[in-house]
Design a protein. Sequence first.
Length: 286
Amino acid sequence: MEGYLVNPKNTIEILKKHNIRFQKRFGQNFLVDEHVMKKIISAAQITRDDCVLEIGPGIGTMTQFLCEAAGKVLAVEIDRTLIPVLEHTLSEYENVTVICGDILKQDINELSVRYNCGKPFKVVANLPYYITTPIIMGFLEKDAPVESITVMVQKEVAERMQAEPGSKAYGALSLAVAYYAEAYLVANVPKNCFIPRPNVASAVIRLKKYKEPPVKVKDKKHMFSIIRASFSQRRKTLCNGIKNSAELNYKREDVEAVLEKMGIDSDVRGETLTLTQFAQISDMLM
Ligand code: SAM
């Protein structure tokens, strides 16, 4: 085989050689567009000093590029049938370790101690779409040792991650991302850049984790409970959302009093409020 895996001919050749069938349940859509691949690698700003954590290397398409850019690559793949394929396609790289397992069950702190002297990883991946949000929110909320996350996701999820207040895509995910990281849309990616073609359009997004969150709040867990409550029933007002929440214990009058002090209408909906306003509401309710 000539060159990298990232084209339809070489990908199909490897899949046939190893008799691999796509596992839909693992969200397998392999990237076959070199132009998109190079955009991802360049956006990830990888140097030889970095250890990259790749989620779902598949047959090793992106891993080949990561190995050439980074000092070390740690790749976690759930599908055990792909492990022998990776041994073959990555045989010429000495700076890669492949772990067979579920990324959601890995202790990222322990991996960083073992493979990167306790320093943070740069995460780069073409993510399995069925678990995009748990993976990203898990890294952010648990304060995992990760300095940036450059990933292919569903276009709609990328839009939600960087949505502004008042827009249709704005919600709990937008606010969580805004609290933990600076988000930047790297590229939109059409369906024909993958084998097999996914049902949805994709986009590459880069999240650079803040050293300090952009807003100060007494209790971030409390703030995120309020955020979740106000978006759990999208067409309801903030007051009703909080009053009806099983996680919180406030009366309608408590929320109305806070909104009045802030000069906000009592029938306001969560979708128009900024992160700073949610932090204020959270602090004033406590
Ligand atoms: N990186 C390859 C590429 O770009 O062509 C494959 C990307 S494919 C969209 C997603 C990959 O994640 C698949 O290889 C799939 O088996 C793997 N995967 C799915 N769920 C996973 C999980 N929970 N933990 C680790 N890998 C997972």
